[in-house]
Write a protein that binds this ligand. Structure first.
Ligand code: MN
Length: 476
């Protein structure tokens, strides 16, 4: 059984004003051919399919086109199974729209109510796999649905114990007791009476944090997995999630998801959770995440397997912070191939994406270096250029643009700015008597000297123009 893990396509995303749709198309066409060539049985896309909750018509067209081709693919005599989950950029409702009309091999898992129901796949060689798919869990939006899901579990089958393990009541009790989603502890529920502490559990309290909602979601998914493993010990299991797992490295192109200053889920939460693999989305840098191998007794779960975990990374680079050293076409983006055999997952294979996206490069140096040797080496790449200067060099933008075909970012770093107190202070707005004072102080702060006569004249004209316009508006 072969699984392909990818995420963060961000179809429709632009970079510094440049349309990336052609590169996205090339990458997705390459993906289709890879699936054919590698005879992939299951495709997992862990969120951020689109860049925006309301994608553009071109973005939707590209997705639909690729999606139709994927949906019709037959591998090893079976339809390719496709599991999509929405990320923090997608609108779950829009991505899931029409899910019911889709083919039976396409699984849009956008609904929290479905997180305890895996997509079950059986391959031609008899390998069985359960794919649990979590949509992006926003701590505020997801809590009510998770809350009621935990409530249903507690009432219904008695396998779930929704009480937060950090509840002071639980200190000193064994892990088996607090983590009753393991099969051997069945029968307890959230309203049960704990014989050791003598206290009645308060009920389901999900903390308002990424950890809180992930913990609740894991309770639901692991309870189902435990029951299935009891019947079928060789069942393979994947958990797809769109989250920031601690220990992983972020880049500049992910949207901040922090709540109360915390954006991540502790990696140890997944210890002994029973999954073979965490197919992660959200972080755009492809990377392996280490899940601590705790002993079963120290862990929240007792399902005996601690997953390997990876971020497949985005399809393309979407920020200069994702530049590779040395720079390379495609910017080191990749997808992951997983092979399950005899109920075991072998070492995942990382396959570079062929998108044709030009290499991103960050160069910094003096004006001479930037226009000389660096331009020779990097002039054709997509460049972020930082020039170290003592004051703004005349015509610098034009010179850089002549030397670089795509200087998408130009920064100036003032390296020898005089450090005297007089020039370092920003304008003191309380003491400033007019706009020119503020502007002169700003020039002194930025360049470390007073404005020249010519610069003074420009500033003066600007102030006069603004004043004239303001008077004009007031008169109307
Ligand atoms: Mn993303």
């Amino acid at each position: 059984m072969r699984v392909l893990h990818t995420s963060d396509w961000h179809i429709g995303r632009r970079f510094k004003g440049v349309d990336l749709l052609d590169y996205q198309r090339k990458a997705l066409e390459w993906l289709v051919s890879l699936i054919e060539r590698e005879r992939v049985d299951v495709l997992c896309v862990a969120g951020d399919v689109y860049d925006a909750p309301r994608p553009s018509a071109e973005a939707v067209r590209l997705f639909n086109e690729i999606f139709q081709r994927l949906g019709l693919m037959e591998i090893n005599g079976h339809a390719l199974q496709i599991v999509f989950t929405p990320g923090n950029h997608d609108s779950a409702a829009r991505l899931g729209f029409g899910a019911a009309l889709m083919r039976p091999n396409v699984h849009m898992r956008c609904d929290i109510a479905g997180i305890g129901t895996p997509v079950m796949v059986e391959s031609a060689d008899g390998e069985r796999l359960a794919v649990y798919a979590l949509p992006y869990l926003d701590p505020d939006l997801a809590r009510p649905a998770l809350q009621s899901l935990l409530g249903t579990m507690a009432d219904g089958c008695g396998r779930a114990d929704a009480t937060d393990s950090r509840d002071a009541d639980m200190v000193g009790t064994s892990v088996i007791a607090e983590s009753s989603d393991a099969p051997e502890t069945g029968g307890r529920n959230a309203g049960s009476h704990d014989t050791r502490t003598g206290k009645r559990h308060a009920g389901h309290t999900i903390q308002r944090s990424h950890e809180g909602v992930m913990r609740a979601a894991l309770q639901v998914a692991t309870a189902d997995l435990a029951a299935r493993r009891a019947e079928d010990p060789r069942l393979n299991a994947i958990l797809m999630a769109h989250a920031f797992v601690s220990g992983a490295a972020s880049s500049d192109s992910e949207r901040n998801i922090s709540v109360g200053g915390v954006d991540s889920v502790p990696a140890e939460l997944f210890s002994n959770s029973g999954f073979d693999y965490l197919a992660l989305g959200h972080l755009h840098r492809p990377q392996k995440v280490t899940i601590p191998m705790k002993s079963v007794s120290e862990s929240r779960y007792q399902l005996g397997r601690t997953p390997q975990a990876r971020y497949s990374g985005s399809l393309l680079a979407y920020s200069f912070s994702e530049s590779q050293k040395p720079p390379v076409e495609g910017n080191g983006k990749s997808v992951v191939l997983l092979d399950f055999e005899d109920g075991e997952l072998s070492e995942p294979r990382v396959i570079p994406v062929e998108s044709g996206e030009p290499p991103f490069v960050q160069v910094s140096g003096t004006m001479d270096e930037i226009l000389g040797p660096y331009a020779e080496q990097y002039g054709s790449m997509w460049a972020s250029v930082t020039v170290r200067v003592s004051e703004f060099p005349h015509g610098a933008y034009q010179k850089i643009d002549r030397a670089y075909a795509h200087a998408l970012e130009k920064n100036f770093e003032y390296s020898q700015r005089p450090q005297s107190q007089e020039t370092r202070n920003m304008a003191d707005l309380k003491q400033a008597t007019d706009e020119m004072d503020v502007l002169r102080d700003f020039v002194r702060f930025s360049l470390g000297r007073a404005p020249s006569q010519a610069e003074n004249d420009v500033l003066h004209d600007a102030v006069e123009t603004v004043r004239a316009n303001t008077r004009g508006e007031a008169a109307q």
